[in-house]
Design a protein around this ligand. Structure first.
Ligand SMILES: Nc1ncnc2c1ncn2[C@@H]1O[C@H](COP(=O)(O)OP(=O)(O)OP(=O)(O)O)[C@@H](O)[C@H]1O
Ligand SMILES: [Mg+2]
Length: 464
């Protein structure tokens, strides 16, 4: 038995049954329908691989049915049947997505060739889709989190991802991983094959946000493209629309979004035709949205539409157990990227990483490791590579020759450590002034200066 299914839609019982019989003999699974309406119902319930669709039908015509089927089931292949070669109807059908057409009385040999080609196309599509799915699964964004706090968040992520219609609001400080969590939800959802469209609401000019989100019709405003344009909402169809920084949405944009979230329907700017889109809405902000609601700056009703499920991502200093696993993950990532040989983090560096407060959260940690890997050689990432202050006076023992510092004791036997400490302090005070009193910035500046010295010394060593 062939695995392909065909629906034959023709009001003439003789023609319909003739086709059914002939195709069944070729081992296709075939069902017949006398009207477009009954066929559409059946297609919505269980879409076949291919529809043979008569153009001249009582009630809804084949051309109208083609548009509806293609819109709701774009993957279904449609071959039009026409009583005579009405060029205009055939051309418009082909434009609307029909795969081919046959003229009545249908020549079986010609039809079988068309079907064979169509099913080859389907087989190829399925193969590409399987490869695409495999690719997506293998390239899921890597999410590191071992702390109980983040494990709880990820448990909720796994649960809510399963219902692709549920809106989710992700709250958390800057750099905590809200966008990464949104991606994780998308890729764990049944609609992961669909697109994930990210919109930064804060970066979009107020005047453009409506047309960017919902698109516009031709001539909607001065400068509008001649053909009109689809909006980001439409581009996210069957996937996820990620609205980032929703705390910065203007009042007008909030109203437009509320209507869309309530009904799933919208109008393009300058348009009168209602459009509908199915897409999961994930929103995120690092602002205190309930405080904005209380202050009257954010609509209460929209807040509740967004926050059907609310995920709160803890800041990095509230989940210190994640710091070292993340640092190690980034170490490997950047070591590979920059073709370095890093394979570990020194004890003093680990202690400083654990101790630091991470106001920029994971983003800051990632940037720090990236910088350390880029500017040093490895194989161990040392405290001095990070630009963080030592924890409990901890120090690393870098191998002789690797150290950018002077040895603490001079060959003459004079203890240099007090002098060095003084010099270091003078440098740090200078750096602190330049960094407007920000200690971690000052430490970074100091490290950059050290890197410059190290580079110069290496050059001098080469010359000597
Ligand atoms: N758990 C994690 N595992 C691995 N990488 C992470 C994790 N969390 C965040 N990151 C990385 O940290 C960086 C910042 O994350 P992200 O952009 O998702 O933060 P955000 O909360 O959206 O920040 P903002 O509020 O500033 O937009 C990204 O490069 C992301 O890949
Ligand atoms: Mg973000």
């Amino acid at each position: 038995m062939s695995s392909y299914s065909i629906y034959v839609v023709d009001d003439e019982a003789l023609a319909r049954n003739g086709l059914k019989l002939a195709l069944k003999k070729k081992n296709y699974s075939v069902q017949g329908f006398g009207t477009a309406e009954s066929a559409i119902k059946a297609i919505d319930k269980s879409p076949p691989d291919l529809v043979l669709l008569d153009i001249g039908l009582p009630g809804m015509s084949g051309v109208e049915a083609l548009e509806i089927i293609k819109k709701n089931h774009p993957e279904v292949i449609i071959v039009m049947i026409t009583a005579y070669e009405d060029v205009q109807t055939v051309v418009s059908s082909m434009k609307n997505g029909a795969y081919e057409y046959v003229v009545k009385p249908v020549q079986m040999d010609a039809l079988l060739v068309i079907l064979r080609n169509a099913f080859e196309t389907i087989a190829m599509r399925k193969e590409i889709q399987a490869l695409h799915e495999k690719y997506l699964k293998e390239n899921l964004p890597c999410f590191i989190g071992e702390s109980n706090a983040i494990q709880d968040v990820m448990e909720l992520v796994a649960k809510v991802a399963q219902s692709p219609d549920t809106p989710i609001l992700i709250l958390g400080d800057t750099g905590t991983g809200k966008e990464l969590i949104a991606k994780a939800i998308h890729y764990k959802s049944p609609n992961f094959k669909g697109p994930m469209v990210a919109v930064n609401c804060a970066a979009m000019p107020k005047a453009l946000i409506e047309s960017e989100l919902f698109g516009y019709e031709k001539g909607a405003f001065t400068g509008a493209e001649r053909s009109g344009k689809a909006g980001l909402v439409e581009k996210a169809a069957h996937g996820t629309l990620f609205l980032d920084e929703v705390g910065d949405l203007s009042t007008e944009a909030q109203v437009k979004l509320l209507r869309f979230l309530d009904t799933g329907e919208y109008y393009r700017v300058g348009g009168t035709k209602k459009h509908a889109v199915k897409a999961r809405i994930i929103s995120a902000t690092n602002r205190d949205l309930s405080a904005l609601v209380a202050a009257g700056e954010f609509r209460n009703d929209l807040y509740h539409r967004f926050a059907v499920v609310k995920l709160e991502v803890p800041s990095l200093c509230q989940r210190r157990d994640d710091i070292i696993p993340m640092a190690k993950h980034f170490l490997v990532e950047f070591s590979q990227k920059f073709e370095k040989s890093f394979n570990s983090i020194s004890a003093a560096a680990e202690a400083a990483l654990k101790e630091y407060d991470w106001p920029g959260n994971v983003r800051e940690l990632k940037n720090l490791i990236e910088r350390g890997v880029l500017l040093s050689e490895g194989p161990q990432l040392m405290l001095e590579d990070l630009g963080l202050k030592a924890n409990n006076g901890g120090q690393d023992n870098r191998q002789q020759g690797d150290s950018p510092h002077l040895p603490p004791v001079s060959p003459s036997g004079i203890d240099m450590s007090a002098i060095i400490a003084e010099i270091e302090k003078a440098y740090f005070d200078e750096a602190l002034k330049l960094a407007d009193g920000n200690e971690s910035k000052a430490a970074l500046l100091l490290n950059l200066t050290r890197d410059k010295f190290r580079y110069r010394r290496q050059k001098l060593d080469g010359v000597r």
